[in-house]
Design a binder for this molecule. Sequence first.
Ligand SMILES: C[S@@+](CC[C@H](N)C(=O)[O-])C[C@H]1O[C@@H](n2cnc3c(N)ncnc32)[C@H](O)[C@@H]1O
Length: 215
Amino acid sequence: MIEQKTEKMIPAMTPVEVHDYLRELGRNWTGQGIAMELGCWLGASSIPLLEGLVEAGYDKHFWAFDRWIANEQQVYEAKAVGVHLKLGESLLDKYTQNVNSTYHRLICIAGLMPLTLERYTKAPIEICIFDAPKRNSCFMNCVLELYKYWIPGVTILGLLDYNFYKRKSGRVKEDLRAPVDFIEANGKCFTKLEQFEPASPAFFRYEKPLKVINF
Ligand SMILES: C[S@@+](CC[C@H](N)C(=O)[O-])C[C@H]1O[C@@H](n2cnc3c(N)ncnc32)[C@H](O)[C@@H]1O
């Protein structure tokens, strides 16, 4: 769902209070791992996170994953805020143009997750933002690719569609509960830091190794 345009006039699927929170997360970077975002679209959420990271002296690659192919919903939602996208066009150049002036050490992996996550080079992850994999099996397969690199007591996991399932019904609702089921099954392994309502983002600190990894 489109939220608005950012100050940089980029269509955003996240609200401004979440951008402020991401900026603060970046500012609190401790230097122990990289930051990544799964589901970057045009950069509206990557940019505030990177602004904070730059303030904190971030000196590592920022890993960005998306298929970056404009679909019907994206064309429609961008149009609603006066931005023209063509159905099927590659959005990767638009993403890098939007983000580069904030931070340029980007590794952008275009294509379908979870498969593309195999290209991640296995460094510890300090900030791990999920804004794409919502449904199972995609969600859990992405977790399975990445959790090995989370740092107990340090890694922040942002699930930007945490409560999205509440707006759905039937089988779709079941599939979209994947992030909630995952956190609840591993309740003692995470501390909830922040949850935004009525939007669905929630942020957690990964405290200790997962108990339930197979769903
Ligand atoms: C909710 S949008 C991201 C919005 C962005 N973070 C923002 O705040 O404006 C989700 C993005 O994830 C991408 N996406 C969804 N499922 C994907 C998958 N399985 N593999 C790769 N990209 C995916 C879509 O192309 C879309 O750009």
